[in-house]
Design a protein around this ligand. Structure first.
Ligand code: 13P
Ligand code: SF4
Length: 317
């Protein structure tokens, strides 16, 4: 519509005026994804944050993502259009928890999923995202004990794909992905016997997906466990008539844009992250107009977290 077009033009004009680049995660509202300069998964957006020339980064995503951008680009202004855009998974562990856990396992290598606060990252050795978690684990000598936090389903997934036994996993979960469970997946897969299935490793059903393959109920080539960026790459190449998507539903927008002939459907269409959806057109406009809300990270925390985050951006494709 014309009002949406006028809004988009105003957003882009203000961004230029402020020398700002707009980054949007794949779970953002469609209009936010469309107006952004770049969209991507957590790893791609972190790499972009570290490289962009602009003076300001407007992060359309959640708080830990904006913090990660600030850690990687401390000299830049990082704005989050709604500072209340949190993450239920990041909330499952505190820096204090990590210190206590490390004390129980002296000498262990601590691997943190990027979905953690800066204070938690500062207590860790290497961060990872869902797209490079297995590569990060493989970069650690096999004889080292590993503490993996905070997502239990991603933790179980990396244990499976790397075959490492000595990984202890924190029992956190994301309420959105945990809700995409094995029962729901089984029903959808049974009712759509020809569809391919892309499963995010944070899903409660990630284990069931591999069980379905392992038990022979579903052929191997039908099921892929992927990050949101990995889903997009796979969508561009697939010739399947239909693909079932097990992740937050914002992902469908990018997938449908990338491939207009394949049908993409949610495994669970109620899997919506209300934190991601807090960033709306009006808040983005306000953010660009008023410079709200600036995200800062304590200098000491930032310096300790940076080593861990820089290892993350350098590992994996
Ligand atoms: P990715 O985009 O890295 O797959 O992350 C998913 C997620 O839940 C971010 O909050
Ligand atoms: Fe956090 Fe889950 Fe929302 Fe991602 S989808 S931001 S992991 S609550």
């Amino acid at each position: 519509s014309t009002s949406r077009q006028a809004w988009a033009e105003e957003v882009r004009r203000l961004a230029e005026e402020r020398d700002a680049v707009i980054l949007a995660h794949n779970y953002q509202r469609p209009e936010i994804q469309d107006v952004a300069h770049h969209t991507g998964d957590s790893l791609a957006l972190s790499r972009l944050a570290a490289q962009v020339e602009a003076r300001t980064i407007v992060f359309c995503g959640v708080h830990f993502m904006a913090e990660t951008a600030k850690i990687l680009a401390p000299e830049k202004t990082v704005l989050l259009p709604d500072p209340n855009a949190g993450c239920s998974l990041a909330d499952t562990i505190t820096a204090e928890d990590v210190r206590a856990w490390k004390a129980e396992h002296p000498g262990a290598v601590v691997v943190a999923y990027v979905n953690t606060t800066a204070a938690v990252k500062a207590e860790t050795d290497i961060c990872c995202t869902s797209s490079n978690a297995a590569d990060v684990i493989r970069s650690i000598p096999e004889d080292r004990e590993i503490l993996f936090l905070p997502d239990q389903f991603l933790g179980a997934h990396v244990k499976r794909v790397t075959g490492r036994e000595n990984i202890h996993v924190w029992m956190g979960e994301c309420h959105v992905h945990a809700g995409i469970d094995g029962h729901t997946l089984r029903e959808r897969v049974d009712s759509e016997p020809d569809a391919e299935v892309y499963v995010h490793p944070e899903c409660g059903c990630a284990t069931s997906a591999l069980y379905l393959v392992g038990s022979g109920a579903v052929p191997q080539e039908r099921v892929k466990v992927l990050s949101t960026g990995g889903m997009l790459d796979a969508a561009e190449r697939t010739d399947a008539a239909k693909v079932l998507i097990a992740t937050e539903t914002g992902m469908l927008h990018q997938l449908r844009n990338a491939n207009g002939t394949t049908q993409f459907e949610a495994v669970n269409d109620r899997a919506e992250c209300h934190y991601m959806k807090m960033i709306d057109p009006e808040k983005l406009l306000n953010s660009l107009r008023n410079g709200t809300t600036e995200i800062t990270v304590d200098a000491d925390v930032s310096e300790r977290a940076r080593r861990s985050v820089e290892r993350m951006v350098s590992i994996g494709s």
